[in-house]
Design a protein around this ligand. Sequence first.
Ligand SMILES: [Zn+2]
Length: 231
Amino acid sequence: MYFCTIMKRIIPILVMAILASCGPKPDKIIALSFDDGPSNVTADILDILKKEKVKASFFVVGSWGGDNTQDMVRAYREGHAIENHSWSHQYMARLSAEQMADEIERNADWIESFIGERPEFFRPPYINVSPLLHETVGLTFINGINCEDWEPGVDAATRTQRILDQAKDGDVILMHDMADNVQTVEAIKTLIPALKKLGFELVTVPELFKRKGITPQPHNGIVYSNALQTR
Ligand SMILES: [Zn+2]
């Protein structure tokens, strides 16, 4: 009798708990991205992304990549996004409008030559921007939260921790696919599982905007570190 009374109380609570766990969960989405590739660590990064079954974005530099496009073709085939980081990685705000356009179009031509698509997103080198750059470049500008992973003195564990300390829903994470950057390769081995454990889904930058219901808007003067940013 006592058992039945207890069960009568417990069962509705259990049912509610099960229903709640099956219901729609609020999205917690983040976009991992890598600048300056392709490089000699691109394949290692791709191997980790594949093992972890997550998607990322590569903001690439054509004059550095040249004919070394096989890893970017692989990245595209494996579902990652290839985006524009300019042709020759200059302080673009110092250029003329014509030079700015050339940096973007030349790089987009290069990307199109191996994936058949032109990028929608642009990360300005050194996040060096100007009103003229926003006016001239018809792409959505992206920055991101970073961990200074271009500094050899910042070790892998610190890189991971710095990102985890900042990460929130809608963020873009900015890291570097640059020559010999093995500490970032090491960092993402722990960063990705840790983000997953915190409930984040890792998606590409285009997917992040799509999932947040944000239509990419060139010429709006925003340099997005988070898809939900409004200025
Ligand atoms: Zn860069």
